[in-house]
Design a protein around this ligand. Structure first.
Ligand SMILES: *Cc1c(COP(=O)(O)O)cnc(C)c1O
Length: 424
């Protein structure tokens, strides 16, 4: 099936007489006839549902659809994008381990890695992703367990050189995890360029209507855990909590994603709710149409902003001359670059605040990649915990404005931006 067809028919395949729309199975539990059947489920010897903290039929269908869209062997829908990021790394790391992360990341991710993971005893080194692989090599340690980056960085919009970073990770015997939130699998399928694990905040374009917070984790099935058994013993040694199950033996290519569910979703309890999975599925049904229009509208807005005399700098990979333009041509569908634009006004932080406060239709919201246009000042909100140095590292000017262009008639969006720029 082609991409747009998978968006509609992937995952849920109704049989004769069953509902055409994905049913919401709003049930915590599932009834069985014998203790033997339940025991097999607990030992991971049979597939099935027994408790919605671990798996649920509605969520399972959406996981199958997203795995198909990304080209992975399996997926887990989580309660938030943050939870997906947490699980993606916890499935690989324990106290005493180390991760190399690209510094151009979502502020919440930087905080999760730099503060919470550090508290757990996992150290993160944030590196400038634009340095050469030879320079980046020096940051790897014997205890490094993963490399982490974003396809299109939030909010700098820098596009990651996925193939190059994947090679760097693989040369060091570790998987490459990528946050594909802004690109969505419609614009980029990182697995095709060598990423091993893909995650999303489904809160953004996948849900698409700003209804539910959620995340997803997808396993490519391509990383060879057995070949790196010294680094990842938990994949190749018996898990006593499942009567000695060896994930690579029992589940082959799906070892990572099964282990993540069996150990971490079980223990931490952050599966997406069936209701929210239903919303994500509904959003995905129209993802190709929406992404096309976001990209078209944002390019029009980016061109308008780039030629405005109050705008000092603008980042949008779809613009010719943008620092990420060449990478966007390589990694994003037809070079299309999502609806997110980052720009700085000549008047800096104060002019930015006046601009945002003068907007009438475009809303000031702590959100991005939304169906309605919205703006945010990252330095005072999503990236507020960062020091000026970390801000600069993440590619953010203290006066940067993040604009998420929605699906309104683009002439209305530009008219609103224009009048607010006049006030700035
Ligand atoms: C929003 C966002 C997250 C966090 O997702 P939540 O659903 O808010 O937990 C992670 N990565 C990126 C790129 C995001 O934009």
């Amino acid at each position: 099936m082609e991409f747009a067809t998978k968006c509609l028919h992937g995952g849920y395949e109704p049989k004769n007489g069953e509902p055409g729309a994905l049913p919401i199975i709003q049930s915590t539990t599932f009834k069985y006839d014998s203790t033997e059947q339940v025991a097999k489920l607990f030992d991971l010897e049979a597939a099935g549902f027994f408790y919605s903290r671990l798996a649920n039929p509605t969520v399972d269908n959406v996981e199958k659809k997203i795995a198909a869209l990304e080209g992975g062997v399996g997926a887990i829908c989580t309660s938030s994008g943050q939870a997906a990021c947490l699980i993606s790394l916890m499935n690989l790391c324990k106290a005493g381990d180390h991760v190399v992360a690209c510094s151009n990341l979502y502020g919440g991710t930087i905080n999760l890695l730099a503060v919470t993971f550090k508290r757990f005893g996992v150290e993160i080194t944030f590196v400038d992703q634009n340095k050469s692989n030879a320079e980046l090599q020096q940051y790897f340690r014997p205890n490094t367990k993963a490399v982490f980056g974003e396809t299109i960085a939030n909010p700098s919009t820098d596009v990651l050189d996925i193939e190059r970073i994947a090679k760097l990770a693989h040369d060091n015997g570790v998987p490459f995890i990528i946050d594909n939130t802004f690109a969505t699998p419609y614009l980029c399928r990182p697995i095709e360029f060598g990423a091993d694990i893909v995650m999303h905040s489904t809160t953004k374009y996948l849900d698409g209507h700003a209804l539910g917070v959620g995340g997803v984790l997808v396993d490519s099935g391509n990383f060879d855990w057995t070949a790196h058994a010294d680094k990842f013993p938990e994949f190749v040694e018996p898990d006593e909590s499942y009567h000695g199950c060896i994930y690579t033996k029992a589940f082959g290519k799906a070892a990572y994603i099964v282990k993540a569910r069996a150990q971490l979703i079980r223990d931490l309890g952050c599966l997406q709710s069936p209701q929210n999975a239903f919303y994500v599925n509904l959003g995905i049904e129209t993802l190709p149409l929406r992404m096309e229009q976001y990209c078209k509208n944002a390019l029009t807005v980016a061109k308008f902003l780039a030629s405005h005399d109050k705008v000092k700098a603008i980042s949008y990979p779809g613009l010719e001359g943008d620092a990420s333009h060449a990478l966007a041509q390589k990694y994003l569908r037809d070079g299309k670059s999502s609806g997110v634009i980052s720009f700085v006004l000549k008047g800096g932080r104060d002019a930015g605040a006046r601009f945002i406060d003068s907007l009438k239709m475009v809303s000031l919201e702590v959100h991005v990649a939304d169906i309605k246009s919205c703006v945010l000042h990252p330095a005072s909100s999503t990236h507020r915990q960062l020091t000026d140095e970390q801000l600069a590292h993440a590619g953010i000017d203290a006066g940067s404005i993040r604009l998420s262009v929605g699906l309104e008639d683009v002439n209305d969006t530009i008219a609103d931006l224009k009048q607010a720029l006049d006030q700035a």
